[in-house]
Design a protein around this ligand. Structure first.
Ligand code: ZN
Length: 148
């Protein structure tokens, strides 16, 4: 029985623990999810929730004033962000993978997933960024958590 539960932990067969939250640190049901939202205690990967603020996040292709945005400007905006965040994260260790979510769903938008080479590097980044995000008014609401 325990072996069976261990084998389905964090998978879609698990009716108790939410597989989406466990894997990606986000779930479309949020606090209303019927399954438990567990965070791994150790992982080489962190998620910076809703970190990338795309210029057209309200309506795709259009800015907040309703003006169309040049796709090249969008790309530039993204590349500037990517370079900055890569540089910032590299201070904590070797970045193996850096993904910025392009999904427009509330629980996914702008999520930045960072996989470090070592778990300790992810923990160091997590602790440092959690502290700095709390101090930065512009990113209130952004959270940093470990995920698989
Ligand atoms: Zn969930």
């Amino acid at each position: 029985m325990a072996e069976h539960l261990a084998s389905i932990f964090g998978t879609e067969k698990d009716r108790v623990n939410c597989p989406f939250y466990f894997k990606i640190g986000a779930c479309r049901h949020g606090d209303r999810c019927s399954r438990l939202h567990n965070r791994p205690t150790v992982s080489p990967t962190i998620v910076l929730a809703n970190m990338y603020q795309r210029p057209d996040m309200i309506t795709p292709g259009v800015d907040a004033q309703g003006q169309p945005i040049d796709p090249e400007k969008m790309q530039e905006h993204f590349e500037d962000f990517y370079e900055d965040i890569y540089e910032e994260l590299s201070k904590f260790g070797e970045v193996e993978t850096l993904n910025v979510c392009d999904n427009l769903a509330d629980h996914m938008i702008g999520n930045v997933y960072v996989q470090f080479r070592e778990e300790e590097q992810a923990v160091a980044a997590h602790n440092a960024l959690q502290g700095s995000l709390r101090r930065t008014a512009a990113t209130v609401g952004a959270t940093v958590i470990l995920c698989m």
